[in-house]
Every structure is written in structure tokens, then in C-alpha cells.
Design a protein around this ligand. Structure first.
Ligand SMILES: Nc1ncnc2c1ncn2[C@@H]1O[C@H](COP(=O)(O)OP(=O)(O)OP(=O)(O)O)[C@@H](O)[C@H]1O
Length: 993
């Protein structure tokens, strides 16, 4: 039976989380630091009238802010970051100026004239536009107070625009000067217009000044809309189409196609590079087919990877895509001129981002070489001592440049905003049942501050390292470093004949020299003849999820199970495909960043996948971490908070897995992806006579936020289920993510560990815990706050990453959006949280013994009090009470003196009666119960919105066959045995079949 839950308000715990996260954000991004707050005067320092006025102002500001936040799509920024007071001030000024300037109150004297003198006196005619500008500013402050970057940009754009406008007005008015009447001054561009145009007119004449001012207005437009010069034509085209109401879908479609082709080209190259023995170009078809076609029933030529659009999609082939090595093949390292050591040479020219892109494109189109490497600032530039990286743009082939630009441009029309889009599977957006689902826009996850590639702190550490090596007479040089968000890895190369141990033995001295106890030495850096020394950055950076999901690594794939992991030590973005993990253990001490990681994971899925592609089961015994996701349509069941129910849910997942396996076997596929591809391509049909409608299975992601809580209640059952799921579920598209803050051997048992191959270790409290998670030490030295060691399946060494960070308000925005698209349609049989269980107060603590009494009386059909006394070993009073309870529940008739009572329930009806006493829904199958059940179903369905019901019935999530028949949904018949025996356990219904 399908039910719909009403959207919940964030709980107090969620609110407290929001407080916590904003605090962190403040300290991380420097927006509103706690330290800053401490120095500010506190509320009670002010006299009461000030407090009263302030309170009233903030009250009104909140109300007005609430209204502004409802405009269009509702947003809810964190309380801590709101700037409603300032925004209200802008609204009030806008209204006052509007009343004066728009309704001609300027000449009435008093306040009106005063306002006019100030507004028009300062900016002349532009005072008429001022209210609009202020209102837009207020709207942004109410709705997106935390997006400082955009707010500042728009503010600067408006200021420049008003200046340009005032200048033009002043030129048109004939450039009056301060010697003219004041009225003339403000009939032009006011004092501002005068100051801007008067000196210019002296230089380039009045009309020359006018042209310069017009250019200023154009510049303002570009700043406000974040439009670079080269994108102006495209923006103008889009604006024109919008004005004349032309549909630009076809263009966007063409652009998408172009990008797809380009990326296919790029990816086929990447794929081949992975094979290691081929030249850049397209991979031979047979080879690709061997990866993608796994059909065993003669479908060899049916499932060409190319048809499915998966060609070379790195995420379909590997678990992790790290931008730093995906882009250049190697790490991104800042070069240090060793010849000039010990001092770091100033003025070494590093390639710009544009140059790096060009070089990368050059490499990808097959023109790679030393130049490209140098431009990419790869280690070759780092290791070639004394050879500063020289950008190779001059050497670029014009064709390659054009292609690079075409690629850049092709990506743009897709996005209507300055932010690049997050990849979407457009062909999937039309859900079953004609529900059109729009993925959340990229803007919901604003960009973070630009990453630093080098800072003074890095230079200071390089100097300290060099001096330490000198002091201890170790013949080695610091040849470069690669800066990540949390730590920087400094590279040390040894001169021939110098022992590695000479450096590693200096570990304590290095810690001392750089004043940090968290120094980690890698010997060697994997894949390099160099020693790596990881030292925390004094100036850490936060990695925001939006940036990770918009990175090249993420945009290379549209796989729905791809999540933004964070950034590696080289500053490259890391994304991972959960389907390739295929199961993951996330562990770390409390406060180390596990929950933030889980949040990033879920938000990534919500940003990229429709409920048709990915379904989730969330287990949150702590009842705090995942509440924000309650009601998202990707959920298969409400968030499970009861550990016992969670254990049951895992058992249900095992059943679902078995069902999927049966299906794969019957249709002749080895992997769910193959089955789905075949279904999408219409290549698989049920046998004649079957009414079954085949639909692709969604991936099923099961997230357990605290494994320890589950292992406490039912260790054996939970372990059994996890082991079964992890051993088999991979091919069935079912993936587990187990998070725990207690990675001890009784929680992460040997069996669980052996079957969960991917690990994400945040800071652990001991080296023993680190060993449990990673089978090696290291995690105990991590810095917390998202600093992690990531060991994806198959990797020999863990990769250090800074986890992606997503704020509470970003999550809220995304969740509201997806909930607005579709309501959750829950399965009731996964693990019912049983709120319905209402044991009669009258029964109290006697439930168990009453159930035994009922069973006894009904099975023997003998309603005797003394029998109850004897068999249940209870006293006379208790037996009498039980008999009274049985009478009141219609199990036995009234007392007939010393005779045994009549038994009114037949043994066949016993299960229903026992369930009723327990306060549960009687089991299906009991004849007299099904009518009541149907009524329940009807009630639940009556609560559905029209769309939800349509979707539910089209998806066949409902167990209500009658309702389904009415809605025209064909009955699901299991074709291979022709017998619908699944009932509540039929996972087909769950997954839309
Ligand atoms: N990726 C990150 N970037 C920046 N700060 C982070 C990151 N992850 C976590 N933090 C900081 O660390 C704090 C604790 O993180 P989080 O709540 O995820 O820890 P946890 O390991 O889940 O702890 P617990 O087990 O107690 O829930 C966050 O409030 C935040 O301040």
C-alpha cells in the first residue's frame, strides 16, 4: 500500500544542526566568525528603548523577509546568516524615494523636498531608478544572504550602472556645473554625474564623455549578469529569443548533443589511456563491447555501449574520478626553482587557468607534448629543476584552439545562469506516468571562494623545510608542492646516494620547524620518485559541494550514482561512483565529518538523479542527521530511526536483492545495468501471455548513519543481512553505505569488513580504529572537519581528501525542490515504524500472557479459567482478569457460572485476533480482515494528491489492486510461474514493475 507523508517542519535537532553548521561555515569561509560575534556588543548592553525598537524592526524585517522568500520558489536561508534588518532598510528607503520621485512629492516641501534634494542631488535622473535597484538588492539580501560573492557582484554592477546612467543624463543635460543653478545640476546626473563627466568632457568632448558613460553602463550590465565579453552575442541572442517568445530548447538540445559528442571523444581517449596500450583516438568497437555487453543469451550485438551513451564514461568504468590525474594524467604541482634554493624564487610565471584548459584540450586532441605538460603545471615541470613552467599557448594548433573554444561554447547555452550545469540524464527526466521531473538547478549550490594555489604560508613552510634539510646536512631539495584545501604536500627529491631514511628520520624535527604536530610523511609519493610531506595549511579552505559537482570530473559523466567527494591533496576535485564502490564504510570519531559526508552524498544524488534512477533507504538511529530528507521522493520508506526496524529493513533489502536476481536470471542478464539498458532499448519483452510491464530497476542506495546502534540490538541478524547484501547485491544495483563513529571490531566485524571494500576514514580517535577502517594507521593523524583518507575498492593506498561541504540551507533548498516535484510514495512493508500499534491501556503489562491465554483458549476451544490458571501458572485473580479481557474482546462469551465459557473465535481466525490484541494491522489473508484493510488503503489513497496517485498507480507502488484496476494499470503477473505470490514482499511493486 502506498502512502504519502506530509512534509515535515525541521525538527529542533535539525535547527540546532543548522546553528552548528553555520558556525562552522562562519569559521570556514570567514563570513561571520564566531570570534567576530564575541567582540560585538551583546543585546543586553543596550538600553531598553533601543532594544524595543530593534526588536520591533527585526520583527517586521522577518515578516517582510518571509514574504520575499516566498516569491517564486521558496527559500529558507539559515537564521544565522540572514540579513533581514539591512534588507528591510533598503525596502524602506526604496519606498520613500519611490513616493517622492515617482509620485511627484518632491515639491511639496518638508520631508519630500529633503529626500529629493538628497537623491536627485546626488545622482540626478537616476533617482527615478533608485527604488528598483534598492528593491532588487533587498530581494537578494532576503533570499540569498549567504551568497556574498553574487551579492557583492550585483551591488558593484548596480553602482557602476547608476554612475554610467548619471553620467549619460549629465551629458544630455549639457554638462551643467556647480556654478549653474542647483536645479540644473540635478536635472542631469546630479553631483555624481558632474564629477564623472565634467573632467572627461574637457578631455574627449561632451559626446565623447557620453560614449564613455555608455560603455560604463555596458560594463555594469556585464558585471551584474556575470557575462564575460565573449559571451555577449550569445546572451543577446538568448535575450532576443526570450523577448520574442522563441523556444530555445532546440538550440539547447543541439548544444547538448555537441557536448555529448565532444565528451564521448574525450572519454574514449581517457578510456584508451586506461588500457595503456593504444594511441589516442577512438577505441575499437569490439573492445568497448567487451566491457559493456554481458548478455549471455545471444544479445551480443544488441547492447552497444555507444547506443547507450556510456561510451568512455569514466564513471561507468571506475569508482573514483580525480580531476588532478584525470586532466593531466599526473598530479598538479607548484614548481619550485631548485637552482635558486633555499629561497623560493619570486616571479615564476605559472600558467593561468585558461592556459591550462588550452593545454589540456591540446593534449586531448592528440597534440600533447612537453608544452602541454608544462602548461598544465604537471610534475614534469615540478621535477625539472630550474625549468619554470612555460605556458604553451603560442604553440597551439589553431584547430585545437577552435575545438577547445567550440567545446567551451557548446556547454554554455545549456545553462541559463553563470554557473555551469550539473550533469543530468535528460532522457530520464520524463518519469513513468507522464510525470515530468526537473532536477534542482545548479544555482542551489552556490560556488565557494576561489581556491588558492599558493600562499605566503606555503612559502614559509618551504623555507622551513629547506633550512631543516640544510641544518641536518641532508642532500635533498624541496622541489615543489601541491596545495590542497586542508593540507599541502611538499615534495622532496634526494640527491643520488642520499638515503630516504635520512629524511623520514627527521619527522619530529620537521614537525618542530613547521610548528605542527600533524605532519605526515609519504615515502614515496605513489607513482613518483619523491618523498611527500603533508603539512596542514595555516589558511585552510572549505570545499563546497556545488564546485565539486560542477567540476570537470563530475561533468564528464551523467551516471546517477556519482557523488561529489571533495578535493584531493593536489587540489583536484574528486568524485566517486557509488555503484562502483560498490559498498562503503564511512568511519571517524565524533565531529570528524561523517555526517557532512553523508549529507554531501545524498545531496549529490538528489541533484543528479531522478527517483526513477535512484531510490534510497535511510537509517538514522540518531534521529538527527538525516531528518532534513524526510519526504523526498527518492525514499522508499520513511527514514528509519528504530534500530530494530532497521534490522528488518536490511532483511527486506536481502529479499529485494533475491527478487532482482531471480529476474536477472530469468531474463538472462548478469548485471542490472545490462537489464536496464535492454529494457530502455525495448530489447526485452515479457513472453507472450504475460501482462507484465517491464521498466528499468532503479539503483537502491541503503544508507545507515550509525551502524553501532544496529549492531547493539541485533548483531547477528544485521551482520547476516549486511554480508548477504554485500556479497551479492552489486550486480542487482543495490549498494550499502555504512557510517559509524565507533569503528571497533564488535561493530565493524571481520565479516562486514571483508565484504565492504571501499572505505572513507575521517579522523579516528586511535590508531587501532584507523586499522579497523583502513587496515593501516593514518586516520588518527587526520585533522577533523572533513579531512579524510579515501580508500576506494581496488586502491592500494588511501587518497587524502577534504570532504565536500554542503550547508543546511543548501540542503533545504534542494529538498524543497525535489519534494515540490513529486511526493514520496512509500512502501509499507520495508520496515514499518508501527505508529499504529496501540495496545489497550486496560491490558497494560499483561499483553504477553493475554496472547498466550487467547491462543490457548482458541486452539483448545475451551474457555475455562482454571485451565488458564494451570497452563499459564497464574493465580486465580489473574486468570479471572484474563478471562474478562478475553470476553471484552469477543474471544469468549459471558460467564455461565461454573461451566466453561463459549469460545467465539475459530482457530482459523486466531492470527487476526492476536494482531488485533497487539494493536497491529491484521495480517493479509485473514478473510474477515481484508475488508478492513481495503478500507485502510482507500483512506490512505484519499489523502493522496491527484498526481501522486497517478504516479503511484503508474509505478504500481500501491498494493491496492482494485484501485490500480480503476486507474487502468495492468495487474502485475509474474510471467515465469504465472502465480502472483509475492504479496507484500513483491519487490517488483517497489521498483516500479
Ligand atoms: N567537509 C567539511 N568541510 C568543512 N567543515 C566540515 C566538513 N565536515 C565537517 N565539518 C565541520 O565539522 C563539524 C562536525 O561534522 P559532522 O557533524 O559531519 O561530524 P560527524 O563525524 O558526523 O559527528 P557526529 O558523529 O557527532 O555526528 C561540522 O559541523 C563542521 O563544522
Amino acid at each position: 500500500m502506498a502512502t504519502r507523508t506530509a512534509p515535515r517542519r525541521p525538527s529542533s535537532t535539525a535547527r540546532s544542526q543548522s546553528t552548528r553548521s553555520s558556525g562552522a561555515r562562519g569559521s570556514g569561509s570567514g563570513t561571520k566568525s564566531k570570534g567576530g560575534a564575541k567582540n560585538a556588543p551583546v543585546e543586553h548592553d543596550f538600553p531598553w528603548p533601543v532594544r524595543a525598537v530593534r526588536g520591533a524592526w527585526m520583527g517586521i524585517a522577518r515578516m517582510v523577509g518571509g514574504a520575499f522568500r516566498q516569491i517564486g520558489s521558496t527559500v529558507r536561508p539559515d537564521l544565522e546568516v540572514r540579513r533581514d534588518g539591512t534588507a528591510l532598510f533598503l525596502v524602506v528607503v526604496a519606498l520613500v524615494v519611490a513616493v517622492v520621485e515617482w509620485w511627484g512629492l518632491r515639491d511639496v516641501g518638508g520631508f519630500g523636498t529633503w529626500v529629493h534634494n538628497i537623491a536627485a542631488g546626488s545622482i540626478g535622473y537616476m533617482a527615478v531608478l533608485l527604488p528598483l535597484v534598492l528593491l532588487i538588492g533587498a530581494l537578494r539580501l532576503f533570499r540569498y544572504p549567504e551568497d556574498d560573492a553574487t551579492n557583492n557582484r550585483v551591488g558593484i554592477g548596480f553602482a557602476v550602472g547608476i554612475s554610467g546612467g548619471a553620467g549619460i543624463a549629465h551629458c544630455v543635460a549639457g554638462i551643467p556645473t556647480v556654478n549653474d543653478a542647483f536645479e540644473q545640476l540635478w536635472a542631469g546626473g546630479g553631483v555624481l554625474g558632474y564629477l564623472l563627466t565634467s573632467p572627461l568632457a574637457g578631455l574627449v568632448s561632451r559626446w565623447g564623455a557620453c560614449v564613455v558613460m555608455a560603455l560604463l553602463v555596458l560594463l555594469a550590465l556585464m558585471i551584474t549578469t556575470a557575462t564575460p565579453l565573449k559571451r555577449i552575442p550569445e546572451r543577446v541572442r538568448t535575450g532576443y529569443r526570450w523577448l520574442v517568445g522563441q523556444d530555445d530548447e532546440s538550440d539547447a538540445e543541439r548544444a547538448r548533443e555537441k557536448v555529448r559528442k565532444q565528451e564521448e571523444h574525450d572519454q574514449s581517449y581517457l578510456y584508451e589511456r586506461g588500457e595503456g596500450d593504444q594511441k589516442p583516438g577512438k577505441a575499437p568497437k569490439e573492445k568497448r563491447k567487451s566491457i559493456f555487453s554481458r548478455d549471455k543469451k545471444g544479445h551480443d550485438d544488441v547492447f552497444d555501449a555507444e547506443d547507450e551513451g556510456f561510451t568512455g564514461d569514466a564513471a561507468y568504468e571506475q569508482a573514483v574520478i580525480a580531476e588532478s590525474d584525470e586532466a593531466t594524467g599526473e598530479a598538479r604541482t607548484e614548481a619550485i626553482d631548485v637552482a635558486a634554493a633555499p629561497a623560493v624564487p619570486p616571479g615564476v610565471r605559472r600558467p593561468t587557468a585558461a592556459e591550462k584548459t588550452m593545454a589540456r584540450m591540446k593534449e586531448q586532441v592528440g597534440l600533447g607534448g612537453a608544452g602541454a605538460d608544462a602548461a598544465g603545471a604537471t610534475p614534469s615541470s615540478a621535477t625539472s629543476a630550474g625549468t619554470p613552467a612555460e605556458p604553451a599557448t603560442e604553440a597551439l594548433d589553431a584547430d585545437a584552439v577552435n575545438r577547445a573554444l567550440a567545446h567551451e561554447n557548446a556547454t554554455r547555452p545549456i545553462t541559463k545562469s553563470p554557473l555551469p550545469p550539473i550533469p543530468q540524464r535528460t532522457e530520464q527526466l520524463q518519469l513513468a506516468g507522464d510525470v515530468t521531473y526537473t532536477l534542482p538547478p545548479s544555482e542551489f549550490l552556490p560556488p565557494g571562494p576561489p581556491a588558492k594555489e599558493r600562499s605566503e604560508a606555503n612559502d614559509a613552510v618551504v623555507e622551513a623545510l629547506t633550512q631543516t634539510l640544510d641544518q641536518f646536512k641532508v642532500d635533498a631539495q624541496v622541489t615543489g608542492f601541491s596545495r590542497g584545501p586542508t593540507v599541502t604536500r611538499y615534495e622532496i627529491e634526494l640527491s643520488p646516494g642520499t638515503k630516504v631514511e635520512k629524511v623520514t628520520a627527521l619527522s619530529k624535527n620537521i614537525s618542530y620547524a613547521v610548528a605542527s604536530s600533524d605532519v605526515r610523511i609519504l615515502s614515496p609519493i605513489p607513482g613518483k620518485s619523491a618523498i611527500g610531506i603533508e603539512i596542514p595549511n595555516a589558511d585552510k579552505e572549505v570545499v563546497v559541494l556545488g564546485d565539486v559537482l560542477r567540476s570537470n570530473a563530475a561533468r564528464k559523466t551523467d551516471h546517477p550514482m556519482v557523488m561529489g567527494v571533495g578535493k584531493d591533496v593536489e587540489g583536484g576535485f574528486v568524485v566517486a561512483n557509488l555503484a562502483k564502490m560498490p559498498h562503503m564504510l564511512v568511519a571517524g570519531a565524533t565531529g570528524a565529518g561523517k555526517s557532512s559526508f553523508v549529507n554531501s552524498m545524498i545531496t549529490s544524488i538528489l541533484m543528479r538523479a531522478t527517483p526513477d534512477e535512484v531510490r534510497m533507504v535511510m537509517v538514522d538511529p540518531k534521529r538527527v542527521e538525516l531528518t532534513a530528507y524526510e519526504g523526498v521522493p527518492h525514499l522508499i520508506t520513511p527514514i528509519i530511526t528504530n534500530p530494530k526496524k532497521a534490522a528488518e529493513a536490511l532483511q527486506w533489502v536481502v529479499k529485494e536483492m533475491d527478487t532482482r536476481y531471480d529476474d536477472l536470471a530469468n531474463f538472462g542478464f548478469k548485471h542490472l545495468d545490462d537489464f536496464n539498458k535492454a529494457v530502455r532499448a525495448g530489447k526485452v519483452t515479457p513472453p507472450a501471455g504475460s501482462e507484465r510491464v517491464l521498466r528499468p530497476y532503479p539503483y537502491l542506495l541503503v544508507i545507515v548513519d550509525e551502524l553501532a546502534d544496529l549492531m547493539m540490538v541485533a548483531p547477528r541478524d544485521v551482520e547476516d543481512s549486511i554480508v548477504r547484501i554485500t556479497q551479492l547485491a552489486r550486480a542487482a544495483g543495490i549498494h550499502l553505505v555504512l557510517a559509524t563513529q565507533r569503528p571497533s571490531v564488535d561493530v565493524v566485524t571481520g565479516l562486514i569488513k571483508a565484504n565492504v571494500p571501499s572505505r572513507m576514514a575521517f579522523a579516528t580517535s586511535s590508531v587501532t580504529d584507523s586499522r579497523v577502517v583502513l587496515d593501516q594507521p593514518g586516520a588518527e593523524k587526520l585533522l577533523g572537519q572533513g579531512d579524510a583518507l579515501f580508500l576506494p575498492m581496488g586502491a592500494s593506498k588511501p587518497m587524502r581528501v577534504q570532504g565536500a561541504w554542503v550547508t543546511e540551507s543548501e540542503i533545504h533548498r534542494v529538498v524543497e525542490h525535489v519534494k515540490g516535484q513529486l511526493s514520496a510514495v512509500y512502501r509499507e512493508d520495508v520496515a514499518v515504524e508501527a505508529p499504529k500499534k496501540q495496545i489497550d491501556e486496560e491490558i497494560g503489562d499483561d499483553l504477553e500472557v493475554l496472547l498466550q491465554a487467547t491462543e490457548l483458549v482458541v486452539t483448545t476451544q475451551f474457555g475455562s479459567t482454571s485451565m488458564l490458571q494451570r497452563k499459564l501458572r497464574v493465580g486465580f485473580a489473574k486468570a479471572g482478569r484474563l478471562m474478562d479481557l478475553l470476553e471484552s474482546r469477543g474471544v469468549v462469551g459471558p460467564s455461565e457460572g461454573s461451566k466453561a465459557r463459549d469460545v467465539l473465535v475459530k482457530p482459523d481466525d486466531l492470527p487476526g485476533v492476536l494482531a488485533a490484541i497487539k494493536g497491529e494491522t491484521p495480517p493479509a489473508g485473514a478473510a474477515d480482515v481484508s475488508a478492513a484493510d481495503a478500507a485502510l488503503v482507500d483512506n490512505a489513497n484519499a489523502n493522496h494528491t491527484e498526481e501522486t496517485r497517478e504516479y503511484a498507480s503508474a509505478q504500481q507502488y500501491s498494493n491496492d489492486v482494485l484501485a490500480d484496476q480503476e486507474a487502468g494499470v495492468p495487474e502485475v503477473v509474474d510471467y515465469y510461474d504465472g502465480d502472483d505470490e509475492g504479496g507484500d514482499d513483491d519487490a517488483w511493486q517497489l521498483t516500479g514493475r
